[in-house]
Design a protein around this ligand. Structure first.
Ligand SMILES: Cc1cc2nc3c(=O)[nH]c(=O)nc-3n(C[C@H](O)[C@H](O)[C@H](O)COP(=O)(O)OP(=O)(O)OC[C@H]3O[C@@H](n4cnc5c(N)ncnc54)[C@H](O)[C@@H]3O)c2cc1C
Length: 815
């Protein structure tokens, strides 16, 4: 075995083999792949996965990964044997609610460029003749879905990588990883030591065990998932083809079915979650018997699924279960994959919690990331650094991964909060908000008021609030309209505590932030700048606000833990800059509305006048006895301040503002009103409106780029992007029908062809119009352009509008 390598990949399952194939395809040569099991049926999850690939996913990135993967499975072969079968996939509905949701999924598929069809029960039965069509209401058919032969695909990619110089070693267990001065140096195995500066753990559900070798928490939980084949069916007698019928998903019973030769396979998510620690999974498999990833079958857990399968395909009543198993694979707190480089040891990367469906695509983005520094697909939802510290606790990983298992096939509303553990993070205003009848949703573990029942009274006399459909009406109340109006007319308090913030200090902090952002931050203390962090390909990594509070002290409003990790990754080695996440120890209230100044001034001896405290300025001040940092800006487009203080004084701050605000008619406002006003004002929300797949100009954020300020990350790429012109544009559209509020990710059509998708959308209470932002090709982005937005299968007319819709002259905020 080699004693050194450029990169060592741990695991020759589908992910490890794909990473090796793509790295060597991109020119890497000294790649070594190790697996504790024999090649290529190594005993991990890949060894027994039945390989169903349903591509449609609420996440664009996951669908893109699946689309690429399916394409590659179809190309790959081993000695003439294919690695993929594009037989199509049908999701059937047994309930009216599911049937409605299939229309939404049909829209999602169109948004992400996937051909799909809504089909009748008869059409479902034409494709799967043994299906009882009387049991279903309809189906959603994706012709390009299919079946992967996981182990064969490993071998095919292993061969390709080997031809380009990669070395594969089976039956070689990684027993340790050497880390020196914060960098990976070598991998220790039961067959010797390999020096390497780059190690990629593709160890699947053994990931947490491998991660601990470098001190990294890998937040995944192996779970048992039941799967069984049947004995042969007389109705399929003589059928020897691997598969010719489309796969079937029966989500109302959390199960799936596939045909293979003259029998079927049935998978179940209906049973209780059965987690097992990564440490307790065998590592000594040498190919002599049962895979370590298969545990003893528990028939009582499978029984309801088996009975349901026999109802769905009555011919199954004549056969028995054969080769059943409790197979293990990885679940995570939010169901997403885990990709990225460890904080604890430079050069140690993970690519874990990945389905067969997405695995080849994951190999591609990992190789791009390692080669060019930037994956071509936005991987925010799979970034291993997306979790706050609480979410890396074993209690949370267990609770949430179990829930992810239960919810695999559930209909999940975009705003649906987690149920447990709650409440987890509360702002100091929580008790007061409860007194006001807050309806809380949850974001990043925080309890966030969506609206306040106490504001019901404001609706008296406001009987023109339009309702919205069932889906858009969930987690919504017409009270939001009253809160928005109160904000536009008087003043309201918004709890902004849940937004991530950090402090950057030290003599090198200005240079550091200048390099990380597109804006000119070399401004006097007291100035606030809205700016962008780009990646090396000029994709928008985050949009942030930077308040220079002192020469060497900056307060940053961020989008999440990934921003902090990105900054820490770029810290200068000389210790001249410190980055601290101050979110947990501080709180923030947005005080916004035309009366905001009078109200805040009434509580302070500091001067909040426009002359002294201008727009996009920041000051230290006191509100009575509470020391605050006040930033004069607003995401709802009104006069006002974000007011920060330490958590211990938070409830006092709220009480002062509440009591002091009574003469001004102050109300508490929730997230529903906030979001509506944000969209009226055209303020983008990172992750929804733009991601790393977009450049600032395309997203309408060119104003935040000061290209002549000196060098910054992404600058050269941005210049090229600007010259090349926009690939698509984010546009503001107004729907003709004010009664229709869409939710985001709906497809946009021109001349009957899907050309883009909706991002942020809401009803604008001030304008009385339904608004939807959308990505469309530049040729459809002109003001006045007519478009159609498809919502639950129906097309609705919309028009591209000038933006921002509300107060374009900024009179209110600058007042
Ligand atoms: C019953 C069942 C059905 C499934 N059905 C589907 C499906 O229909 N569609 C789908 O998309 N997905 C499905 N999955 C999920 C899918 O199988 C997995 O997500 C996928 O195979 C994971 O691939 P991987 O390469 O990450 O992990 P694995 O295949 O587990 O590979 C990890 C490898 O790392 C090796 N390794 C671990 N530790 C060490 C060490 N210390 N030293 C050396 N080597 C080590 C292991 O031996 C293993 O080979 C199913 C899973 C199960 C259990």
């Amino acid at each position: 075995m080699e004693t050194s390598a450029g990169v060592v990949i741990i695991g020759a399952g589908i992910v490890g083999c794909s990473v090796a194939e793509h790295l060597t395809r991109m020119g890497w040569r000294d790649v070594v792949v190790l697996d504790q099991g024999p090649l290529f049926e190594a005993g991990g999850s890949t060894s027994h996965a039945p390989g169903l690939m349903f591509q449609t996913n609420p996440s664009k990135a996951m669908t893109d990964l699946a689309k690429y993967s399916v394409g590659r499975y179809m190309e790959l072969e081993v000695d003439g044997q294919p690695c993929g079968y594009q037989v199509g996939g049908i999701e059937v509905a047994e309930t009216p609610e599911r049937l409605t949701d299939l229309k939404r999924r049909h829209g999602l598929a169109a948004s992400w460029g996937l051909e799909s069809h809504l089909i009748s029960p008869e059409e479902c039965a034409e494709k799967i003749p043994l299906l009882d069509k009387t049991k279903i209401l309809g189906g959603f058919f994706v012709p390009s879905d299919g079946i992967a032969k996981g182990v064969r695909a490993c071998e095919a990619m292993g061969r390709l990588a080997s031809e380009r110089g990669a070395k594969f070693h089976g039956e070689t267990e990684v027993t340790g990883i050497e880390v020196k001065d914060g960098r990976v140096r070598a991998v220790e195995t039961d067959k010797g030591r390999i020096e390497a500066e780059l190690v990629i753990s593709c160890a699947g559900m053994w990931g947490p065990y491998i991660g601990r070798m470098v001190g990294m928490t890998v937040p995944l939980m192996p779970m048992q998932h039941q799967f069984a084949w049947t004995t042969p069916l007389a109705d399929l007698a003589g059928e020897t083809r691997e598969v010719m019928q489309p796969m079937l998903r029966h989500q109302d019973f959390s199960m799936y079915i596939r045909q293979r030769e003259d029998y079927y396979g049935i998978g179940a998510y209906r049973h209780r979650p059965m987690p097992i620690s990564a440490d307790d999974i065998r590592r000594d498999y040498r190919g002599e018997g049962e895979f370590p990833s298969v545990l003893e079958f528990t028939p009582e857990d499978f029984e309801p699924t088996w009975q349901e399968a026999r109802k769905m395909l009555p011919a199954l009543r004549n056969v028995e279960i054969d080769r059943p198993m409790n197979g293990l694979f990885s679940f995570t707190p939010d169901g997403g994959s885990l990709l990225g480089e460890s904080r604890e040891a430079k050069g140690f990367w993970v690519a874990e919690a990945v389905w067969i469906t997405h695995a080849i695509g994951v190999g591609k983005v990992m190789a791009e990331w390692l080669t060019d520094g930037v994956p071509s697909i936005d991987i925010a939802g799979a970034d291993v650094h997306r979790f706050d510290p609480y979410a890396r606790s074993s209690a949370y990983i267990l609770a949430r991964s179990s829930q992810s298992f239960r919810e695999v096939y559930d209909i999940i509303h975009p705003q649906q909060p987690m149920e447990d553990p709650r409440p987890l993070r509360t702002s100091p205003f929580y008790a007061r908000q409860k007194e006001l009848g807050a309806y809380f949703l949850e974001a990043s573990g925080w309890e966030r008021p969506q609206w306040f029942e106490a504001n019901q009274r404001l609706l008296d006399g406001q009987d023109d609030v339009l309702g919205r459909g069932e889906w858009a009406g969930r987690y919504w109340s017409e009270i939001a309209a009253a809160e928005a109006r109160a904000t536009r007319e008087n003043v309201a308090l918004y709890d902004m505590t849940s937004l991530k913030r950090a402090e950057v200090t030290g003599p090198g902090s200005l240079d550091f932030l200048q390099r990380l952002t597109t804006g000119q931050l070399d401004r006097p203390p007291g100035k606030v700048t809205y700016t962008l962090m780009l990646d090396d390909a000029a994709g928008v990594k985050s949009d942030i606000t930077v308040a220079r509070l002192e020469d060497e002290r900056f307060q940053l409003g961020l989008n999440g833990p990934r921003d902090i990790e990105w900054m820490e990754r770029h810290l200068p080695a000389d210790g001249s800059v410190q980055v601290q996440d101050i979110t947990p120890g501080t709180c923030c209230v947005g005080v916004w509305g035309p009366s905001a100044r009078d109200m805040v001034q009434s509580l302070s001896e500091d001067d909040f006048s426009n002359e002294t405290f201008g727009f996009f300025n920041a000051r230290y001040a006191y509100l009575r006895e509470v020391p605050v940092t006040a930033l004069r800006l607003s995401y709802v487009g009104e006069l006002g301040w974000e007011i920060y203080t330490s958590s211990d004084l938070g409830s006092r701050l709220w009480d002062l503002l509440w009591e002091g605000g009574q003469p001004y008619g102050v109300v508490a406002g929730g997230r529903a009103a906030f979001n509506s006003m944000r969209i009226e004002k055209g303020y983008r929300s990172w992750g929804t409106d733009m991601t790393t797949e977009h450049d600032p100009y395309e997203a309408g954020l060119g104003f935040a780029v000061k290209a002549d300020k000196g060098d910054f990350i992404g600058r050269d790429a941005l210049a090229k992007r600007k010259e090349a012109g926009p690939r698509r544009r984010l546009v503001c559209t107004l729907l003709d029908d004010p009664n229709l509020v869409v939710m985001g990710y709906e497809p946009v059509f021109v001349d009957g062809r899907a050309v883009g998708y909706v991002t942020s959308a809401d009803f604008g209470y001030t304008l009385g119009r339904s608004i939807a932002y959308a990505w469309v090709p530049p040729e459809y982005a002109g003001v006045g352009r007519r478009l159609e937005i498809q919502y639950f299968g129906e097309r609705h007319q919309a028009t591209v509008s000038e933006e921002p819709l509300f107060d374009p002259a900024m009179k209110r905020m600058r007042a």
